[in-house]
Design a protein around this ligand. Structure first.
Ligand SMILES: *[C@@H]1O[C@H](CO)[C@@H](O)[C@H](O)[C@H]1NC(C)=O
Ligand SMILES: *[C@@H]1O[C@H](CO)[C@@H](O)[C@H](O)[C@H]1NC(C)=O
Ligand SMILES: *[C@@H]1O[C@H](CO)[C@@H](O)[C@H](O)[C@H]1NC(C)=O
Length: 631
């Protein structure tokens, strides 16, 4: 009797669950998907039990048909109180294509999801509208069948390891309005068929290895609002049809090999063409881009005078024109760019005199370095600009002492570059009052005397470049413990080619563990390398060449194992090269020549890989790459 009752109950339960069970194809597709995932840090898949897949986390079904309509399992979960980045390890099962009624698949940003995009995805998932697989570890090609997804509106597979060339069938996705293929390893040319995607609003193919030309008929994408083809190997001229993209507001073609004249559509707000080989002048019509907010034309071969129509770009906040061949004088109309925050004109052939641009009350960064400005003095109006905090005036022909008005600028100076001028006199004591300074470059001038002690008051200083002056005194103050720089501060120090002196062993370099670049070459330093040199845990480049340093090289040096460049030539180092140098695995450049080193060069990489010249001119070194040691 009991047994019969139990059987009844069991039967009733299975009938109930059967009624709630989802479609067998959906069930199979989802359980296969789950079984290919070895770990899910969100815990969502662990809750996929029973047969009612419509109730599972991240799954929703059509009310009428009971078929799975959406898979929403993005890695970044923003629902609860605290947003949370989860991860799935494993691979994307091709059984996902069994869910043939699915409209949305969001498996974006799961980080560890590998595998490939199922080959037959387009033949099976005919209802798919949104496919998000970005931010994973997917490999292999974008399958040809993708072109059959006639309802697909959004395709986001960016930031994976996808490869191969794009299928021409992409051009059949008539409903597509957003295409994100960026950050993969795609190659070959961009198929011309892509210009059939008449509904396309966003197209992002940046950071791949595309070659060839931009499709000539790109101008047919009349809905296009954002186009990013940057960081590829595209070449040839920018197609003229591009100027017909009247809805385009974002155009990023930077870092390719594009050539020919500058072309631009009329509604641009954000433009990046830097890092190409564009030539010719900026036409006056550029001034008609009334919506333009940010523009970079850096690193091209553009030339001629800057048109005064540029002053009409009333929305412009950032303008990069550096590393071109612009010449002539800067038009006075630049003073009308009242929204301008950043202006980089460095590395051109712009002549003086400079118009007074004191009306640029929003400008924070101005770089006029390396032109033909022959300023003779820092223009006083620069120091009156209410928001200016970063000034680049290297190679501007400035004479005289560092002017005191820099001490009282309306906005605290954060970056000051006066390298390669004709500055004379001392580094002023008041430099210590520029407490917001994080980059100070005064190299290649004729500055004399000691670095003022007040410099250690610059607690935010990251970059200090004073090379090639006539500075003297002990460098100890840079590394002193009490009242010195905070230990997480300086990352870049170049004091080379001066006349600094002192015993190097008394310098506690280990006090500055954040240093990545240190150049003290061509000075007058004596003594031995301190043990604390091993405390430079972040250092990548160390140059102490052409000093009077001596004694044995400390074994502790092996602890500076991030070193890529080590230059100790032209000193008086003695003894053997420590065996520990073999542990400097990242070393790419080494020079120990012209010292008094002896004995066998420790055998093995990386030491054996350097040219003989790295070891020449010592007292008695032998072994690879030099001649074998005599027994
Ligand atoms: C499906 O059903 C749920 C609850 O029964 C309801 O809230 C929802 O609006 C329905 N959706 C559609 C598309 O009918
Ligand atoms: C260090 O400075 C000297 C002289 O200024 C320069 O020639 C050398 O290239 C610099 N070393 C490194 C590693 O940059
Ligand atoms: C370098 O400094 C020393 C004093 O430390 C001085 O005697 C010497 O003349 C200076 N050399 C040059 C080239 O300025």
């Amino acid at each position: 009797m009991d047994r019969l009752l139990l059987q009844w109950v069991a039967l009733m339960i299975s009938i109930t669950t059967l009624c709630q069970a989802c479609h067998p194809a959906d069930f199979k597709g989802l359980t296969s998907f789950k079984s290919a995932i070895s770990q899910d840090t969100s815990g969502r898949l662990a809750k996929w039990v029973g047969r009612n897949c419509c109730g599972w986390d991240g799954i929703s079904c059509h009310n009428a048909t009971g078929r799975v309509k959406e898979i929403n399992l993005p890695g970044f979960i923003s629902t609860g109180d605290i947003p949370f980045q989860s991860e799935m390890m494993g691979y994307l099962s091709s059984s996902i294509t069994l869910l043939d009624a699915v409209e949305i698949i969001d498996l974006g940003g799961l980080i560890g999801l590998g595998g490939t995009i199922p080959k037959f995805i387009g033949l099976r998932l005919r209802n798919l509208r949104k496919l998000y697989l970005y931010g994973n570890k997917l490999r292999g090609p974008l399958p040809d069948s993708i072109g059959k997804l006639m309802k697909l509106e959004e395709l986001a597979v960016h930031d994976n390891r996808l490869s191969g060339s794009l299928p021409a069938s992409l051009g059949s996705l008539m409903s597509l309005h957003s295409l994100h293929l960026d950050g993969n390893r795609f190659l070959g040319s961009i198929p011309d068929s892509i210009t059939n995607l008449k509904k396309l609003v966003r197209m992002d193919l940046h950071s791949n290895s595309f070659v060839g030309r931009i499709p000539e008929r790109i101008g047919e994408l009349q809905m296009l609002n954002e186009l990013d083809l940057s960081n590829n190997f595209l070449s040839g001229k920018v197609p003229i049809s591009l100027t017909k993209l009247t809805a385009l507001s974002v155009l990023y073609l930077d870092n390719n090999n594009l050539e020919g004249p500058l072309l631009f559509p009329p509604a641009l707000a954000f433009l990046r063409l830097n890092g190409n080989r564009l030539s010719g002048t900026i036409p006056p019509s550029f001034g008609e881009l009334v919506s333009l907010k940010r523009a970079s034309l850096s690193n091209n071969k553009l030339e001629g005078t800057l048109p005064s129509s540029l002053g009409r770009l009333s929305a412009l906040s950032e303008l990069y024109l550096d590393h071109n061949r612009f010449s002539g004088e800067l038009p006075e109309s630049f003073g009308q760019l009242s929204q301008l925050i950043l202006l980089d004109l460095s590395h051109n052939f712009i002549k003086g005199p400079l118009p007074e641009l004191s009306s640029l009350q929003n400008i924070q960064t101005i770089d006029l370095s390396f032109n033909r400005l022959s300023l003779t003095a820092i223009p006083q109006w620069l120091a009156k600009l209410a928001s200016l905090s970063k000034m680049g005036l290297a190679g501007c022909g400035i004479h005289g002492e560092i002017p005191e008005f820099l001490r009282r600028t309306p906005s605290p100076i954060q970056e000051l570059d006066l390298s390669l001028n004709y500055l004379t006199g001392k580094i002023p004591e008041w430099i210590g009052s520029l407490t917001a300074l994080y980059s100070l470059k005064l190299s290649q001038n004729s500055l004399v005397y000691e670095i003022p002690d007040s410099i250690t008051k610059l607690q935010d200083l990251r970059v200090l470049d004073l090379h090639s002056n006539k500075l003297t005194g002990n460098i100890r103050q840079i590394f002193k413990i009490e009242h010195g720089f905070p230990d997480d501060s300086l990352t870049y120090i170049d004091l080379s080619d001066n006349n600094f002196s002192g015993e190097f062993d008394q310098v506690d370099v280990g006090q500055q563990p954040a240093i990545q670049f240190l150049n003290l070459s061509h000075n007058n330093l004596k003594g031995r390398l301190p043990i604390s040199i091993g405390g430079l845990k972040s250092i990548r480049s160390l140059d102490l060449s052409s000093n009077n340093l001596g004694f044995d090289l400390p074994e502790a040096m092996v602890n500076a194992n991030q070193l890529e460049t080590l230059k100790l030539q032209r000193n008086h180092f003695t003894g053997k090269i420590p065996k520990g140098f073999l542990k400097l695995r990242k070393l790419k450049e080494l020079d120990l020549s012209n010292n008094l080193l002896v004995g066998e060069i420790p055998a093995g990489k990386p030491l054996s890989d350097f040219p003989r010249s790295a070891y020449m001119g010592n007292r008695g070194l032998c072994g690879k790459p030099l001649n074998p040691c005599k027994l």
